[in-house]
Design a protein around this ligand. Sequence first.
Ligand code: DAK
Length: 269
Amino acid sequence: MATELAHLDAAERRVNLVELERDGAVAVVLLNRPQQLNALSDELMEELVAALVELDRDEAVRCIVLGGSERAFAAGADIGVLAQTSPVEAATSERLARWDAIRRIGTPIVAAVSGYCLGGGCELAMLCDVIVASETAQFGQPEINLGVLPGAGGTQRLTRAVGKAVAMDVILSGRYLTAREALDFGLVSRVVAREAWLEEAKRLARAIAEKSPIALRLAKEAVNRAYEGPLQLGVAYERQAFGLALSSEDAQEGMNAFLEKRKPEFRGR
Ligand code: DAK
């Protein structure tokens, strides 16, 4: 009985750490650990990855919004847990696999960032495809203040997003970027009023969700290749992806709809 209850408690805790909402073809995933500013505990990350993987398999979901709360997208990895992590665990544990699993999600993900977006939180936002930021958003990789450095891709993705000068400034000093700076430096694509952080992300997600899911996945992967690898390999991928998209029923539909002056209806075929 005690074991059963413990199990139920754990299950309930996990469900509560990530909230899921569906709005037609858009799924909204909200981190829900407000007392800890959505610090990314193992349980939260496990629940998040499980939710994203499931949504990615669901053909009816064409775009995902990932957000936190108004106060914090996420204030980073859970420092209490990090303090107990051995070097071997950090290099080999399930934790690394979770970050890789998020990179492998094919469905476009729009990050809705309000408030603190720090450390692993910033790394999580950078794993998303577009970042919509509230004017209150603060981006940072303050791991240096803890005597470590970013460990989930921050030194690489931030540098590719904003360039060496700004990345060094942020990562070595631990300072935060304002939403406006993040926009100017190319880390985010939109800054919106405090109260619009989630709505604007949903609006963008609904617009994305109207496109062909085949073209979306291929385009997402192609842009990621530009970000992650050498130009020639990315161009080669793009050529193949273009051919593949062109062979889809959706491409026929898209072009026919244009020629017939009507709105296309993409079916993911
Ligand atoms: N972890 C655990 N608890 C946290 C937290 C965090 N990252 N951030 C905040 N909290 C908790 C606080 O301890 C506090 O809890 P109580 O004292 O109320 O129990 C509660 O959230 C509210 O925080 P504050 O009282 O501090 O609120 P303030 O408004 O005064 O300050 C703050 C907000 C965000 C400026 C401050 O909380 C702060 O500096 N937080 C820490 C930010 C930080 O250093 N983030 C980087 C963490 S290191 C890896 C993957 C990922 C990572 C590494 C390796 N591998 C896969 C290998 C990532 C590492 C990190 O992210």
